[in-house]
Design a protein around this ligand. Structure first.
Ligand SMILES: Nc1nc2c(ncn2[C@@H]2O[C@H](COP(=O)(O)OP(=O)(O)OP(=O)(O)O)[C@@H](O)[C@H]2O)c(=O)[nH]1
Ligand SMILES: [Mg+2]
Length: 295
């Protein structure tokens, strides 16, 4: 059988588990995940290669109703991912009906020329008849070529989802080297990891007002150590002391969690220096959004 390769966008409402799915398929943490909506802000290519196929998954920001310029930007990013894909994976949860927000978005999905697969995620949480009712409701729309119930966290039916994706992929040569898992540079991945820790360790509006920029990654010559200098930007003066915490405790905690994960990921010691800066109202300023949370 000839080799298969193509671009597969993973799209759906925010927080349904798109990034978790990609990590589960790749068998390692490539993209960040949190239990709160709008974690992913950019389109991120994640590459899965076997001897039969190469799938270039595109993780996308969750679809949502925008509340400010930043979230409108994030939403545009998600829709931009739809252009030129070979297979579309639309993800939803088993709520028992067509999700009202999906209902609004699906007309834009219907007209795409590629095969479309529906992933019904979090089936471990489905109660009673919710799963069969969800499948029936989405089936009736007549949009999807396949409907696949899965649980990303329990690893249920992921092999079936993967098989189907490969089945619908076009034949072709690999697009990326086999050992590559993302096309994003290390600076981006490090910034994302720090942002994830902010999602895990701060509350309310803080993660949504925060951006992370890695200023420098420096390999020490005298010892096996990676020095990383990053800045956390917040949108208001009052947010700075919250991110820093009493006696710098919160910032230390964010740094420690990020550093430990980076060390495990990179297999070397990391020195991580974090500072916090205020960029007043950056989430409402297109130029700042492009600079701090852009492509
Ligand atoms: N119970 C359960 N939880 C899941 C499953 N898959 C993902 N989750 C959880 O759902 C939450 C959201 O996961 P993400 O992968 O960040 O969701 P996302 O769709 O990428 O979210 P955005 O990037 O914000 O659009 C996390 O707390 C995951 O642990 C699943 O199969 N079962
Ligand atoms: Mg995500």
């Amino acid at each position: 059988m000839s080799y298969k390769a193509g671009i597969v966008a993973v799209v759906g409402k925010t927080n349904v588990g798109k990034s978790t799915f990609i990590n589960a398929i790749l068998g390692k943490k490539v993209v960040i995940v949190s239990d709160r909506p709008q974690t992913t802000r950019n389109r991120i290519r994640c590459i899965y290669t076997t001897d039969r196929a190469q799938i270039v998954f595109v993780d996308t920001p969750g679809l949502h109703r925008p509340v400010n310029k930043l979230s409108a930007h994030i939403l545009r990013e998600a829709f931009r991912a739809l252009a030129g894909v070979d297979v579309l994976l639309y993800m939803t949860e088993a709520s028992g009906e067509v999700d009202p927000y999906d209902q609004e978005v699906l007309p834009r999905i219907r007209t795409l020329p590629c095969p479309k697969l529906l992933l019904v995620n979090k089936i471990d949480q489905a109660k009673g008849n919710q799963l069969p009712e969800t499948l029936l409701a989405y089936e009736k729309l007549g949009i999807f070529d396949e409907l696949v119930p899965i649980s990303c966290t329990k690893g249920k039916n992921l092999d079936r989802a993967l098989e189907l994706v490969i089945q619908y992929l076009p034949e072709g040569e690999p697009l990326f080297p086999a050992d590559m898992t993302t096309d994003r540079p290390l600076e981006f991945m490090v910034a994302e990891l720090i942002r994830e820790k902010i999602f895990h360790l701060t509350y309310q509006e803080i993660p949504y007002s925060t951006a992370v920029v890695v200023e420098e990654i420096r390999e020490r010559e005298d010892k096996p150590l990676l020095e990383i200098y990053a800045t956390i930007f917040v949108a208001r003066d009052s947010q700075k002391p919250i991110v820093i915490g009493r006696g710098g405790q919160k910032l230390k905690e964010i740094g420690r969690h990020a550093r430990l994960e980076l060390e495990a990921l990179l297999g070397k010691k990391v020195f991580l220096s974090l500072r916090v800066k205020v960029r007043p109202k950056w989430t409402e300023d297109e130029a700042e959004i492009a600079r701090l949370a852009g492509d």
